[in-house]
Design a protein around this ligand. Structure first.
Ligand SMILES: C=C(C)CCOP(=O)(O)OP(=O)(O)O
Length: 341
């Protein structure tokens, strides 16, 4: 999979070495699972070429150093730490959601078992904290605290998302608040961590965080849209997995709250026996997707994503930073809503 387009440097090249050095500290069993999950090795532990994931969070972390007029290398511990935290969350989420495919490959838990995947996620999270606390410079403890808070919010968001699955009524606002915790908190941290490591002034780090929060919500909206209408060949995830597991994703919640007859029909579909008891038929999935669209859930999510990107851009325009950093951030924001994977 290609990394996010950042013209400044090859993000992967810069981050990969530091990421490998950090993960290399793990015990051999945990390392094996982590290396597989990160795309470095195959199921047998043999090296493979294509790295996994878009490396969006490390790209943002490196850019945030540029916003603070600090060298990209100074943000490396931040870039590594946010990617490790992201990797931890994916390892655990796939188990909780029962998702068997991740980044075009069998999810780690299906290869190594749930216990190994859980432990590896735990280890990566611990490593993230270690890497930040070891970072040279003034902002190290401040960055570690910021990442810790973002992780707590990510966990709270995931917990609320799980809770939604057993609820009949979920409001649009609380669903957006859930996404703000589950996804946007880590993205906001990624957008500011390079500046925080440089101990940059609060107005700058706060503007970067505000940018990342709106960007993160737009990112989740785009992800939810791809989860229904994306091509599994490009997303690397099974088609309509969110509808299959009757997830309260943002377009679905918007449709359910639309007050339209199609929204009511969708509610009736969602109220049937859940995925754990009974797999919905393919025709039912197509019907659910059509109902989300007819009830306006798709259009709402597309518009909301655009408006979040707009708001994100406004936070950047109000902050003092080199133009080149602003331009790159805006390019990434544009990529987030137009991506197909
Ligand atoms: C927060 C969400 C929606 C999980 C997927 O994140 P990414 O789409 O950034 O995952 P990778 O590129 O790292 O696979």
């Amino acid at each position: 999979m290609t990394a996010v387009p950042v013209s400044m440097t090859d993000v992967r090249e810069l981050v990969d070495g530091a990421l490998r050095a950090a993960v290399g500290r793990l015990d051999p069993r945990t390392y094996r699972v982590a290396a597989y999950h990160l795309g470095w090795t195959d199921e047998e532990g043999h090296p493979r070429k294509a790295p996994a994931g878009k490396a969006l969070r490390p790209a943002l972390a490196l850019l945030s150093a540029r916003a603070a007029v600090a060298p990209p290398e100074s943000a490396l511990p931040g870039a590594v730490a946010v990617e490790l935290t992201h990797a931890f969350s994916l390892l655990h989420d796939d188990i909780m959601d029962g998702d068997r495919t991740r980044r075009h490959r069998p999810a780690a838990w299906t290869v190594f078992g749930e216990a190994s995947a859980i432990l590896t996620g735990d280890a990566l999270l611990a490593l993230a904290g270690e890497v930040l606390l070891e970072a040279p410079g003034q902002g190290s403890a401040r960055a570690a605290r910021a990442l810790s808070t973002a992780t707590r919010r990510l966990i709270a968001g995931q917990s609320l998302d799980m809770d939604f699955e057993s609820r009949r009524q979920v409001g649009v606002d609380e669903c957006v608040a859930m996404a703000s915790d589950k996804t946007a908190a880590l993205l906001a941290c990624s957008c500011s961590i390079g500046a925080v490591l440089d101990d940059a002034p609060r107005p700058l780090t706060e503007a970067l965080e505000a940018f990342g929060t709106d960007l993160g919500i737009a990112f989740q909206l785009a992800d939810d849209l791809l989860g229904i209408w994306g091509d599994p060949a490009t997303t690397g995830k099974p088609a309509m997995s969110d509808l299959r597991s009757r997830k309260m994703s943002l377009p679905v919640v918007a449709a359910l709250n639309s007050g339209t007859p199609e929204g009511a029909k969708l509610a009736a579909l969602y109220a049937r026996p859940g995925p754990r008891e009974q797999e919905p038929a393919e025709s039912e999935l197509a019907e659910a997707a059509a109902l989300v669209e007819a009830a306006g859930g798709r259009a709402w999510a597309e518009l909301e994503a655009e408006s979040r990107v707009q708001r994100a851009a406004e936070h950047l325009l109000a902050a003092r930073m080199p133009d080149s950093a602003r331009t790159e951030f805006l390019r990434i924001a544009d990529f987030v809503t137009r991506r197909d994977h």
